[in-house]
Each structure stands twice: as C-alpha cells, then as structure tokens.
Design a protein around this ligand. Structure first.
Ligand SMILES: Nc1ncnc2c1ncn2[C@@H]1O[C@H](COP(=O)(O)OP(=O)(O)OP(=O)(O)O)[C@@H](O)[C@H]1O
Length: 247
C-alpha cells in the first residue's frame, strides 16, 4: 500500500488529463477481519463537489475514513495532489449529545490541528473562528451547549469546526441527513460556495437532491465502485431504483 503526495499541483494544468485532488488505484481497505472496500480505481476531482452514494453498508463512511487518513488502505495506492491534511466532518449522530461543549468550543476545536489540543488560541485563531461562525449563521449560538441546539444548528457547528481547519479538502459524512428542507438547502448552498472559494468537497449522502447537485459522483455497492461520473448520468430514477433494490 502506498500513500503519495504530489509536490506541485495546478488544478488548471490539465494537459495530462483532468485535474484530481485524490486518485485511488486498486485501493482496498476495511477493519480488522472485515474487508470492506475492494480494488477501487477512482478520482476525486479538484475544486469540485463529489457525492459518495450507495446503499447502507456499501462502504461510503469507510471510504471517507480512508480519504481522511484515519483508515489505512490494505492494498493499492492513494495519490493526494494537496499539501494540507483534509478536514473531516463526522456524522452528526456520531458526536455525543452529552458532550459538555459549547457551540463555540466545538468550532474552536477545529484549530487544534494548527495550534495543538487545549492550547491557548491566538488572536488570529479567534478571528478565524468568529468569521466562520458568522458565515454559518451560528454566531448567536456561541455560548449554547452543543447538545441543546437543533440538528441543523449542530450540523452547522460541525461544518464550522471543519472549516476552522482551513483545509482545501472538506470531507463530510451525511451532512444533510435528518434535516428539514430549509436546513438542507442552506448546507447545500454553503458547500457550493466553498467550492467557489477553492475547497474540494466530498460528501457521503443518502440525499439524492444533494447528490444530483454535486459536480461528480462515485457510486458504491458492497464495497465496489459501480459508477463514477456526472450525477445526472448516474443517478437516473432507474439506476437509483436498481441500486436500492433489496437483494
Ligand atoms: N468500526 C467498524 N468495525 C468493523 N466493521 C465496520 C466498522 N464500521 C463499519 N463497518 C462495516 O463496514 C461496512 C461498510 O460500512 P460503512 O459505514 O462504510 O457503510 P456506509 O455506506 O457508510 O453505510 P451507511 O449508509 O449505513 O452509513 C459495513 O458492513 C459495516 O458493518
């Protein structure tokens, strides 16, 4: 297994093919005694939004874990064309309701990768956190406990934590699941804005509207890549019905 980093990368220099942020070649990964992803050959385009789609248990979160660097591939190669570590926004349900953290402390934790855990934040860190919280419309929630805000507000706090890491690669695990249409639309608009700002966004999702509005799509089924390309071509009603057909 190899993880490679390209030292010079220009998203617009596409002479040798389309620009990618991550390329997977024959990549396999899983958990001790449980192989999940099998021989994936895929590209995550740079400066675009990519949706990871597939039925429950197809390996979307596992693939995000590999892209985030928390799950090591067991075979194959992962080429990264970026310099900065990715920012990973976990599933909202994976973050305990009872964590004794305010919304602001949650966002500030995003600076730990830069500053170190529990270290005093600099004026620059605090200004970055302020501006991200403003941008996500959660500034007035700063002193509230994370477990006491709504699902959509908590999701925005977690995305803010991801943005506070100032990475050029944002990985999100089901950021809109369980949210009402207004909260979903707000997050979708934010992710589109981030791409315009120069961030490569990858989200695992069951939200077909979110997946269809992405620039690219990877379809997983039982840990194998069964489709890769534009969501409009891959996520037709027939293909979606086939994908979620009970076996
Ligand atoms: N920590 C773990 N240890 C062992 N097996 C795991 C672990 N996490 C997930 N799995 C297994 O890996 C497989 C893929 O799970 P994964 O969570 O990646 O799928 P998913 O497509 O994200 O599913 P969902 O849509 O339900 O979130 C499943 O069979 C799951 O049971």
């Amino acid at each position: 297994m190899k993880i490679m980093f390209k030292t010079h990368f220009s998203p617009s220099a596409a002479d040798d093919g389309p620009a990618f942020r991550i390329r997977l070649s024959g990549l396999s990964a899983g958990y001790p005694g449980r192989p999940v992803l099998h021989q994936l050959d895929a590209e995550i385009p740079a400066l675009a939004a990519t949706a990871l789609v597939g039925p429950n248990g197809s390996g979307k979160s596992t693939l995000l874990g590999v892209l985030a660097g928390v799950i090591r591939p067991t075979a194959g190669e992962l080429h990264s064309a970026g310099h900065r570590p990715p920012a990973f926004v976990p599933q909202r349900g994976a973050v305990g309701d009872t964590l004794p953290l305010t919304v602001r402390q949650t966002v500030e934790m995003g600076r730990w990768g830069i500053r170190g855990p529990w270290r005093r934040l600099t004026r620059h860190d605090r200004a970055a956190v302020d501006s991200i919280m403003e941008r996500l419309g959660i500034a007035d929630l700063a002193p509230r406990q994370l477990g006491e805000v709504s699902g959509g507000q908590r999701q925005r706090a977690l995305i803010a934590q991801g943005l506070a890491q100032e990475s050029d690669l944002l990985l999100l695990d089901e950021p809109t699941t369980g949210l009402d249409p207004e909260a979903r639309a707000r997050i979708a608009a934010l992710l589109t804005e981030l791409v315009t700002d120069g961030v490569t966004v990858v989200q695992a999702t069951h939200d077909l509207d979110a997946a269809r509005s992405a620039d690219a799509c990877l379809v997983l089924c039982e840990g194998r890549l069964t489709g890769q390309g534009h969501p409009g071509e891959l996520l037709t009603p027939e293909a979606v019905a086939r994908m979620w057909q009970p076996v």
